[in-house]
Design a protein around this ligand. Sequence first.
Ligand code: DGJ
Length: 755
Amino acid sequence: MKISYQEDTKVFRLDAAGMTYAMSVTDEEGFLSHLYFGAGLGDGDIRYLTRTQEMPWLASRNDRDRGSFLDAQPQECPGNGLGDFRSSAVTIIDSKGQRGIQPLVTGHRIYDGKERLEGLPHTWCRDKSEAMTLEITLKDPSVGAELILCYTIFDGLRAVVRSARIRNCGEQAFTLTKLCSCSLDFDYTGQRLLTLNGSWGREKRKQILPVGIGTQSVSSLRGISSHQAHPFLGLLSEGADQEQGEVIGCNLVYSGNFLAQVERSQFDVLRMQMGIHPEGFAWTLAPGESFQAPEAVLVWSDEGLGGMTRTLHNLYRNHLMRSPWLHRERPVLINNWEATFFDFDLEKLLAIAKRAAQSGVELLVMDDGWFGKRNDDNSSLGDWTVNEEKLPGGVKRLSEELGRIGMKLGIWFEPEMISPDSDLYRAHPDWAFSYDGRRPCRSRNQYVLDLSRKEVRDAIFDQITAVLDSADVAYVKWDMNRALTDVGSHAEGAEAGSLFHRFMLGTYELQERLITRYPDLLLENCSSGGGRYDAGTLFYSPQVWTSDDTDAIERLTIQEGTSMLYPLSSMGAHISVSPSQCVGRLVPMTTRGHVALAGTFGYELDINHLPEADAAMIPGQVALYHRFGELMREGDYYRIASYQDNHLFDCYEVVSGDKTEALLTWVQVLCEPNRRSKRIRVPGLDPDRSYRIEIADPAVQDDRWDGNALRSEEIECMQSFLNRDISGRTLAHAGILMPKLRGDFRSVLIRIAAV
Ligand code: DGJ
């Protein structure tokens, strides 16, 4: 790992793990040009990549065509209104109401380690030897603006973490109307654009499109990163696929409104940008004041999407997520939401907990409906006091009763919200976002709290801590169930254009306070499922509820998209009933278990109303989770086949860091007639070692169980690879032969262990 600046060539280089990112200071004026992002280049002069020896030449050499230079130059910090007609990285309105900004390089600083981003989620390093940072200072004296572009690389990772900070170093205030976290220009060579889009219950579906001339973007203006779009872009070079070819990924470490776009210009230059969405954004900076944009992570891979995924998982597990639970085995939980919805009391909860405890479940999550007078979703958000009619003796009694049967307690909150029918709203209607003279838009019959205000945050925090202090609570589920509308504050002097971001900062601050006050608390974020499952959220909670759709087959696609960026250890995955409440599909209990093993494992059902055969499988499933939990949490992830792509089957593998063990999950979604076995390559193992392959889940070998029991002819076909010694090289290239399984929604877990 190395960062350097060469005075004579004026080239900045960041080198890590066989990757190079390079920029140069162009022309005496000091434009910051992007030179290169890709495979490690070694030493050598790469200044020629600036293309300044060709038309339209340098600005200083060709002043009559300065605009042509600005509009063609590959930039790292494109300004606004002065000749680069592509999308700007920064825009402002100055005190005279004028626009126009072009920051130019005035200096730089290189140091070991990485600094924190106050109030925002950010990557970090344990000690300074793990990371290096380059800060480039750019100024535009005409408007009194100073920009610091920050670039961090981490030892052993093909990633560059970027952020931008702007300071008013002049004498007049100006209003910032856009600041990208990252902007870079590189040659278009036939790349395709990958985005993750979706909806409630259908989060993070892959979409791959050609990049045409013009602009393609994904964005959110919902105040959350959203179910519909995700703050991520992937660029796949021609021929790149899951395991080969070059891929660049860009992921924003932020959970609010965002814009992520690529713009292919007339000269086939791709400008890739990501940051807070500029629509409606305005942040006034008085002299001396600064604004910090969130971080964006750039990853380069020459091992296709899989390489990008593994780099992101390693970066997030080692340099973003912070919880003491991160590397710890998480308790197997049972959540009462899909079991009871709002219709529960102490007795019902304890009945679920008792049977669950006997099956090895360790924690009961009491979901929505325990507070105020909330018996449906029409009231009480903001009144975080226990409903003693449902829970006599309060949360304390519940936690004590659970303690007696060896179970821990988790509780659901939705701290950012307020019901119009709540004591809090009756006392402080001005604490909800609204525009004067306009009745705010309701969604799930609730309003959004103005968390830009400290007194509002304090009041909510005090209520939550009163509950948590009253009992032994091991886990909190922090939910958020509506998008932001009517974002008007009734606080003195609130700046309208700053509120979406201030709301996000307020939410982050509340979560920070919570995990600081309860350092051992296991915090799980949620936003109607995966509406705010993003890199920003992972800074505060080691696990996030992936989707409200718990049907195992739907989950294959949702979990594929989610795990493409985020570690399996963060992916909330629970077994629920069959037929699924969401889609009415009947799926064998073993298959539901195998799919949930890819995340933080748990149950979301009434164990007392489960078919006996399903309930009887729970101890075995819990044992499987304990056996493979560490491997799934810490291992390297390989996507082998995608049901989203082939509409028939899904397959993925997790390999331990030392390559001594792997677990392969095979789900045959639909059975086809007249098929022979499928050849499945098993990547990621040590080519020079021998491996023994076995069926990992004894339940599928036992025909007392559900429709997923393996038939004798299926087992016979698997004898081609079961209990034989096969080299990692053979497994990677020749693979194994997965039999056709009779029936739909079948699955097999395969353990591969070094001999
Ligand atoms: C949405 C969440 O995603 C669900 O798991 C559940 O907690 C409900 N909210 C409760 O209102």
